[in-house]
Write a protein that binds this ligand. Structure first.
Ligand SMILES: Nc1ncnc2c1ncn2[C@@H]1O[C@H](COP(=O)(O)OP(=O)(O)O)[C@@H](O)[C@H]1O
Ligand SMILES: CC(=O)OP(=O)(O)O
Ligand SMILES: [Mg+2]
Length: 402
């Protein structure tokens, strides 16, 4: 059973083909700079990389190029596109409607369109990806897997903002939470690694990618998470501010900035990029500059770490204890120093890293706390695509049975 997984951004499309008989990854890739004359396709199969730079005007053309590569004699992983039995799509905002993955129907698409306003950066490209796949793979069932779904178990005390109810009801302004597919994958995997029933575990998952979020998971269910109404709230991210005083945007607008300009500053020019004085949004560049004495980059890392530790402290309280802390995504999986700095601030909870394991087992799936640590600390590489493929397989199998 071969499944195509698609994750579309506003100017990018990531894809994977998995054989769900044994969950083997057959090929994967990324199209960047969709909409431009110099779009780039990076396609990988069996550790080999194939790159193309061509003009790609929209998501449909991008997917068309991807499908051509997938069946290419030299770089492909399928003989015929008809081998794809289903497509799983990452959809960022499912609103209050979707607490689990669904077969995509016209009604589901309508509901997604209604959610566009809630996630203007993420949902429109997700819909474009669905429409492109429907056109190019007619009749193939499609499944939507929502970033928000895993967080739908949050209690009202965590998802309600202290603003008038009429605003919540009228505009659906509440905490939704994102990266749910990743938090779900790594928490379940951590329970397996620890050889424990997830129902007995209090876990804090720390997803530090370009976007970043933290979740408090009690017995397998999310009770709180740091992203909110949109993926802008919470910890410091690559280019997003995370938590700030809500008066700041109002103040800037009164000073003459337009709402779009403020939106652009907070989503694209803030976070590590803003704090590093526009050096980079990439932790590797910031670390390097810090080691050469760049002050802005030193502060950027200090703020980044401090805020992550603050959230973990708050979530340990929310959970009434913590058994395991899981680091995942680009920074969480690959930055030994960020994990070290964060854990150094968590000694009050009995967190103790095994410094040697933290370095030696970097980027792999591993327990990196010391024998004496009261809290287990793990690195679990995330795999949102595998989770999406699993959900897609489950849903279409049920559909065939019914
Ligand atoms: N070796 C590394 N050390 C530190 N940070 C890294 C390393 N490799 C990747 N990263 C960070 O991970 C980020 C990308 O994370 P990723 O989870 O792939 O993000 P996204 O899925 O949001 O694009 C990069 O911007 C970079 O900051
Ligand atoms: C929801 C979100 O922030 O996703 P990403 O990290 O892919 O930008
Ligand atoms: Mg990601």
């Amino acid at each position: 059973m071969k499944i195509l997984v698609i994750n579309t951004g506003s100017s990018s499309l990531k894809y994977q083909i998995l054989n769900m008989k044994d969950e083997k990854l057959l090929c994967k890739g990324l199209v960047e700079r969709i909409g431009g004359k110099d779009a780039k396709i990076i396609h990988k199969i069996d550790g080999k990389k194939h790159e193309e730079v061509i003009e790609i005007k929209d998501h449909e053309k991008a997917l068309n190029e991807v499908l051509k590569l997938i069946i290419n004699n030299e770089f492909g992983c399928l003989k015929d596109i008809k081998e794809i039995v289903a497509v799983g799509h990452r959809v960022v905002h499912g609103g209050e409607k979707f607490a689990s993955s669904v077969l995509i129907t016209n009604e589901v698409k309508k509901a997604l369109e209604e959610n566009i306003e809630l996630a203007p950066l993420h949902n429109p490209p997700n819909l474009l990806g669905i429409e492109a796949a429907e056109k190019l793979l007619p009749g193939v069932p499609m499944v939507g897997v929502f970033d928000t779904a895993f967080h739908q178990t949050m209690p009202p005390e965590a998802y309600l903002y202290p603003i008038p109810y009429e605003i919540y009801h009228k505009y659906k302004i509440r905490r939704y939470g994102f990266h749910g597919t990743s938090h779900r994958f790594v928490s379940q995997r951590a329970a397996e690694i620890l050889n424990k029933n997830i129902k007995e575990l209090k876990i804090i998952t720390v997803h530090l990618g370009n976007g970043a979020s933290i979740a408090a998971i009690d017995g397998g269910k999310v009770i709180d998470t740091s992203m909110g109404f949109t993926p802008l709230e919470g910890v410091v991210m690559g280019t997003r501010s995370g938590d700030i005083d809500p008066s700041i945007p109002i103040y800037l607008i009164r000073k003459g900035y337009t709402p779009d300009e403020v939106d652009n500053i907070l989503n694209k020019k803030s976070g590590m990029y803003g704090l590093s004085n526009y050096l980079s949004n990439d932790m590797r560049d910031i670390r390097e500059a810090k080691s050469k004495g760049d002050e802005h980059c030193k502060f950027a890392i200090d703020v980044y770490v401090y805020r992550i530790a603050k959230y973990i402290g708050a979530y340990a309280t929310a959970l009434g204890g913590v058994d395991a802390i899981i680091f995942t995504a680009g920074v969480g999986e690959n930055s030994t120093s960020i994990r070290r700095h964060v854990c150094n601030r968590l000694k009050i909870f009995g967190v103790e890293l095994d410094q040697e394991k933290n370095v030696k087992l970097n980027s792999s799936e591993a327990i990196i706390s010391s024998e004496n640590s009261k809290v287990k600390v793990l690195i679990v590489p995330t795999n949102e695509e595998l989770m999406i493929a699993r959900d897609t397989k489950d849903i279409i199998s049920k559909r065939v049975e019914a």
